[in-house]
Ligand binder design. Sequence first.
Ligand SMILES: Cc1cc2nc3c(=O)[nH]c(=O)nc-3n(C[C@H](O)[C@H](O)[C@H](O)COP(=O)(O)OP(=O)(O)OC[C@H]3O[C@@H](n4cnc5c(N)ncnc54)[C@H](O)[C@@H]3O)c2cc1C
Length: 398
Amino acid sequence: MLDITDKLRCCGCTSCANVCANGAIKMLPDEEGFLYPVVDKNLCNNCGLCNNVCPVENKPLQSEEEKKSYVTRAKNENVLMDSTSGGFVTPLITYVLERNGIICAAAYDENFKVKHIIIEKDWKADDLANIRGSKYVQSDLGNCYKKIRKYLEEERTVCFVGTPCQVNGLKSFLRKSYTRLITVDLVCHGTPSPKLWEKYLNYQREKYSPQIKKISFRNKTYGYHSGTMKISFANRKPYFGSARVDLMLKCFFSEIASRPICYQCPFKTLDRCSDFTIYDCWHASDLVDGLKDDDKGFTNVIVQSKKGEDILDLIKDKYDIYSVETKKAIKLDGIMVLNSAVPHPLRSQFYIALDKYDMKEIVQKFVPIKINDYIIERLKVIIYHMGIYRAIVKIAKK
Ligand SMILES: Cc1cc2nc3c(=O)[nH]c(=O)nc-3n(C[C@H](O)[C@H](O)[C@H](O)COP(=O)(O)OP(=O)(O)OC[C@H]3O[C@@H](n4cnc5c(N)ncnc54)[C@H](O)[C@@H]3O)c2cc1C
């Protein structure tokens, strides 16, 4: 019987809960707000399947095929500007959907909780927009793995996008390889808890307006390199906050809020079980001779399998795409491909204090935002509206 006593041994992937035929395992939040499996002993028959499908205990086979790497950018300007980096995912999932395939990827629900959703048919552009973009919080997979298995058994094509632990969890759960399964894993430095995200959302709703319409963790109004949270409301102008001053981004980037196992992630390796590994591309012009960085973003892609290579060949006309050296791309942009993040020294105290303080107080207590940060942020907005923002960023980079 599964018994999670060491939180460093559970990534919350849900493979155990999905595999249990008796429904004996539920994913329940701990005091930090991360989901962990809890077994109902009355329903458990000790079959041991839950332990067998745990990707932390039994890592699935990682591809050792020769890797090819690319810097990519979606040709569709709207998709590019709405995506986190170069918008690799949208053309891929559009291709799959147009061929009667199925998509499972992270999206917002009506209350802006982050969940994996399944798109099967009758999809609209809005569904793709909801999937687009990184949400820096742990996504709830619910019973998606079970549904994916059903579709694969019906010989439907499924494309799954998720963090490395979620892709490993899916592969462990399935326990056999399916040619019709396409997987994309994001290079990930950690996922904050849904409880922290909820607290942040409530803070923003109270401060600005309860009627949130759209959220982007990495809006590009001030450029790809700016990393800005944008929240659009129904009845007021949008909120913008860069990682310098935004309370959620501050927690995410200061490494104070991730799930415990993220700091010793077992899935940090170049060889992965996915077909594609994608990550931020901050050094496009250093990776590709003659390529100008216009601050709209590119995505680094590692093609992990022959299947991935064949699919990319079919959709490559949807991207600007440049072949690059894997080693060089990882050296410049991919430190998180191979390494886990180092936790903030106050990480445990932060979560213990989470219920005691409001969102602003807790950030000020643990990862304080200084007055200078607010001044720089204000100046940035003024300079942007004067129309000289890009020129100043260019000079600052030299
Ligand atoms: C929690 C998290 C941490 C990350 N950390 C790093 C990092 O340290 N270094 C780095 O280079 N890149 C990191 N990334 C990846 C990066 O943010 C971009 O997703 C990547 O550059 C691809 O951008 P894109 O424009 O091609 O894709 P997009 O079109 O923006 O698509 C992103 C895809 O990610 C999926 N997704 C979004 N949020 C989640 C989530 N919470 N859980 C699972 N899947 C999700 C969506 O389904 C979407 O399909 C992280 C992403 C996440 C979600």
